[in-house]
Write a protein of this length. Structure first.
Length: 589
């Protein structure tokens, strides 16, 4: 429990912690008003039960004369009105305080989700290779929501209502220490015993809920992402079953948590009612008159009215802390991942002489003893076009990822004009590159937004937009075939476009900022022969003016390159100038 509270405190920013203390001050004021409201009921009920107290009780008599009442009835009405006013003001202030409390807790969900996304986006590319995007999305959205609901909000409510309970108990102790301690002991013992019984189960179902949530997110993501293949292979029911089981487990555990959190309320309510009846019987048995009984019943009844819901909220908070601890551990860990310091976008690092790979070896973290590239030595002169070919699995895409700076060599260096590529100069290098991957990622947005990725509509340079689209051989299609031209939406992942059209938008995106280095990873593989020729002609037009790297399977895509690098068995097999009709020395696979 202490670790849970400590981790929860650690994930709050200094600003959030200051706001937390402001909320606590409001809670203290709310508690004071609640206590005054409970105290105010006693003189009203005492005078109501025995009007003679107006003259018999010195303090009441002085107040009666000072206010100038003519009859005890008027005084009783005034006391009742004053008590009601204090209770109403306290309730209104409580409403404001609870609004501030809820607003603080829910805004933390927003801030923690944003910080998690920022942390994830600042991780190196290799970090993502061993992680599932659905799991990260689930943690950033669903688990953070769960953290707010089952951890942060309950902790704040426990503090707020714990103060109310403490104030009520102290008030009762002042009036009747023995009775107050007995009542507090009975209620507290009930909650403590129930919590000790259910705490282990709460922790277990909390962990199982988190695991089930991960599984249902993954199943949904895979089913929706691969809908075409799933439909064609007739595996719809399989994926539905994969989703159904964890979804049911997740819902059942939420229901169990709610039930275990609610059960004590009914027992305590029954105990409280029985205790109040017993108190009345004891007072009547002692022979106390109505004037003596009413204030005591009012005090204990109104205090119980305030305390019992508060006690239930405190218990529920402990139960939720136990249930939600599993989600907190992962969020706490991820928020403390090392991140890069954000800096203004640097100027592009434009190569002046060459890009050089010196003794580069790379092995993925999951298979450190099986490098996918070994001792790669390669020099790429500026404004030359280099083709990279090789069989599937020969390391072509990995080689590009290393040149891009997405992967750091296990051994060796990437050097730009004899300066090593480092984390410090990597942002400037990225700004010099236009990249076209095998799979084009498209937003469910306009064509313009997809080409000028990351720019707001008012920031888009329309001339550069059109120039890039023309170079990618897609301008005519956009203006003639799409209903709203560049403002037409492409659908999720570009579902409203053909594969070739998506590929050409990706090429236009790479050319939008007119980068000095252009890298194409199977960029024309999904194009038909005619379209490939058109796009290849656009790429040919850039030769001599840009440094271009092309990974391809088809020889037609690299036949005009200045040099062709052939990879085989994780190494460079040959570097040659391709001659038309000449076959590669090794199969491309």
């Amino acid at each position: 429990m202490n670790d849970t509270v400590r981790q929860l405190w650690e994930i709050l920013t200094p600003k959030a912690r200051r706001r937390f203390f402001i909320v606590l001050l409001l809670v203290l004021a709310m508690t004071a008003l609640e206590t005054v409201g409970v105290v105010s009921i006693m003189p009203f009920l005492a005078v109501l039960g025995n009007p003679d107290l107006v003259t018999q009780q010195p303090q009441l008599a002085a107040l009666y004369e000072w206010l100038g009442f003519e009859t005890p009835v008027q005084f009783v009405v005034a006391l009742g009105a004053a008590s009601a006013a204090v209770v109403v003001i306290g309730s209104l202030f409580k409403s404001v305080t609870m609004h501030v409390l809820f607003r603080f807790a829910h805004l933390q969900r927003h801030e923690i989700s944003t910080r998690l996304l920022q942390t994830y986006l600042q991780q190196p590319y290799a970090w993502f290779l061993g992680r599932n995007s659905a799991d990260l999305s689930k943690r950033m959205l669903s688990e953070v929501d769960q953290l707010g609901k089952d951890l942060l909000l309950p902790v704040i409510q426990m503090i707020a209502h714990g103060m109310v309970i403490l104030a009520m108990v102290l008030l009762l102790i002042v009036y009747d220490p023995l009775m107050a301690l007995l009542a507090a002991g009975v209620v507290g013992s009930l909650y403590f015993i129930i919590y000790r019984i259910v705490r282990v189960r709460l922790g277990r179902i909390g962990r199982e809920r988190r695991e089930a949530n991960t599984e249902r997110f993954q199943a949904a993501s895979e089913a929706l992402g691969g809908i075409k293949a799933i439909t064609l292979t007739g595996k719809v029911q399989t994926y539905l079953d994969r989703f159904r089981h964890p979804s049911r487990t997740y819902s059942r555990h939420l229901a169990a948590n709610d039930t275990l959190g609610q059960v004590p309320l009914y027992l305590v309510e029954a105990t409280g009612y029985a205790g109040l009846v017993a108190l009345v019987l004891v007072l009547a048995w002692r022979g106390d008159n109505l004037g003596q009984i009413l204030p005591v019943i009012g005090l204990y009844g109104f205090a119980a009215y305030r305390m019992l819901p508060a006690a239930q909220i405190v218990y529920r908070g402990f139960a939720r802390l136990r249930f939600g601890a599993a989600a907190l551990e992962h969020i706490h860990r991820d928020l403390h991942l090392p991140t890069r310091t954000h800096a203004p976008a640097p100027k592009p690092w434009i190569p002046q002489q060459h890009i050089r790979l010196a003794g580069v070896t790379y092995a993925y973290p999951a298979s450190e003893h099986r490098p996918v590239l070994r001792n790669i030595d390669l020099e790429i002169p500026v404004n030359h076009t280099i083709g990279i070919i090789g069989a599937t699995g020969s390391g072509k895409s990995t080689l590009l990822d290393i040149i891009l700076g997405l992967l750091e060599p296990t051994r060796g260096q990437v050097r730009i004009d004899d300066q090593p590529l480092t984390p410090e100069n990597l942002p400037a290098w990225h700004r010099a590159i236009g990249y076209v991957p095998q799979e084009i990622y498209l937003l469910d947005h306009t064509v313009a937004a997809n080409i000028a990725l990351g720019l707001r509509p008012e920031e888009i340079d329309r001339a550069a937009l059109e120039a890039a689209a023309r170079a990618a051989q897609i301008h005519d299609f956009i203006v003639n075939e799409l209903p709203q031209g560049y403002e037409s939406t492409v659908g999720e992942r570009g579902i409203r476009l053909s594969g070739g059209q998506r590929q050409r938008i990706g090429i236009a995106r790479a050319l939008y900022h007119n980068p000095p280095v252009l890298i194409l990873d199977e960029a024309t593989s999904s194009l038909d022969v005619e379209t490939e020729k058109e796009v290849q002609a656009a790429i040919d037009a850039l030769q001599g003016r840009k440094t271009i790297l092309i990974v391809a399977h088809r020889m037609s895509a690299v036949e005009r390159c200045d040099r062709i690098v052939q990879l085989h068995d994780c190494r460079i097999h040959s570097i040659q100038r391709f001659q038309i009709h000449e076959k590669p020395s090794l199969p491309l696979g």
